[in-house]
Design a protein around this ligand. Sequence first.
Ligand code: ADP
Ligand code: MG
Length: 511
Amino acid sequence: MAESRQRIMEDEYVLSGREAEKRILEVALQVAGRVQTTMGPLGRDKLLVDRHGNRMLTNDGANILKHTEFDSPIAAIIIDVAKAQEKLYYDGTTTCVVLVGELMRLADQLIEQGVHPNTIIDGYNMALQFCKSILPQYSQSIYESEEWSATESAIQAVKTTLTGKSAEVELEHLSNVCVEATKHAKPEDIKILKQHGEVIETEFIKGVVLQNLPVTNDMPKEVQGKVLCLDEEFAAPQANVTLNDPDKIQQILNNQEAYLSNRVDLIKELQVKFVVCQKGIDSKVRTKLAKAGILAVRNVRKSDMIQIAELCGATIVTDIGALESNDVGDAEATVSDMGYIVVESDKKQTATIIIRAPTEQGADELHRGLEDAVGVAYLTSKNPILLPGAGQTQAFLHDRIRRTKWDAVWTSKQIAAANAFADALMIIPRTLAESAGLDTMETIVQLLREPGSYGVHAKGREVMSMNSVVEPIELVAGAMSGAVDAVTSLLRTDALYLARRLEVWEQGGFN
Ligand code: ADP
Ligand code: MG
């Protein structure tokens, strides 16, 4: 760290003008290069290893960037855009970042030819708006005769997301699981759990799954009614006294018994049928609860507890003595043979996906894939306009931008930038062709023979109609918008200073 700071202090205290632009370009290309080869169905995986030797094998662009140590604030701008893409559209992060790299590379060529960065920003934005305006019509021209139901559309889009990821092994099954889950809950209300097993056993369950079992075997397996969420040891206070007198001992035991009976009675009065306890439950209490036909679990994880309380509308109680009727919630709980309890409530729509995979690493990567897929299913259900993937839409947009007769208000330099945007889009089919071992130049020529009709069938190593590989319109448009946002920030920057008191500079310098 000291070294990098010194270097900057000696000869690079300020980078400005062309020098700054070149450095920014260099970093943008470096970030894009990190993820480019993961793109598409034949994209390669990356093995990430941290300083402690922890390994992660992943194909997920956003995940790779999140875990890569770029010590440059320039990289952070691009990574932020990738994170935003993932948050808003769940997928398309690699596409977005690769597009940033290419837009920057072509912007640099324009700058060399004397085009001002602001003019490039104008041209890029003009092309972007134009693309957004023509996409719905393009979608209609392709899919108007398709009679996919909402479920089928979502399944198709999910399959595109899962293609090229480890989830591809059981594509059909996993796509169904994700789409079913989003029929019951929004992505943020779908919990994903991991267990050891075979991928085909991955399942969707309505409600929240608690990986706890009843505290005794003789409790009911199914209850419906009031729920108590308790963050207190369900036991009598301990008497810390040494007693020799058997009567006194008996008296204390009686008091404890009365104390516990009172509390169990209170719970019964409130019609509680399910006790979810974050701490322990005394054995005497367990017996009493079982006798009263109440289902109870203990040592529940805090995060699970919060979820259950939210689900059934309960308050997490820390003292049963102060329990009131509006503290308890409503739910239905069912003990499954698989070693967990399913909790459902009318108050909130929730779902759980239990991932099963033979290894922990496999389960983790599947988790990342399914998170994206659930989001894409949801996105498609909200806005079912679909576009063909595999570079087909980009080839269409490229052609349309290039053939458009722009209004006279636009200068030739702005139009040159719009054309550069059109060229940059072709990085998507080009990358897919490259990963498939196809001749990239020949592929582009073929795609542009009938722009918008063909994409790169990577696995079949040919150019053909890819209408069946679909992506939701918001995902495609979002990746382009995100890329233009990042490029706008980067092109607006004409100087890099080593500023005082800005932690990030001190750590990273201008690398
Ligand atoms: P991203 O993070 O951008 O989603 P991916 O590695 O998932 O990156 O690759 C996405 C690209 O792969 C998209 O352009 C998509 O259309 C394309 N793609 C997905 N499935 C196929 C397929 N079966 N054939 C060709 N291209 C595909
Ligand atoms: Mg993807």
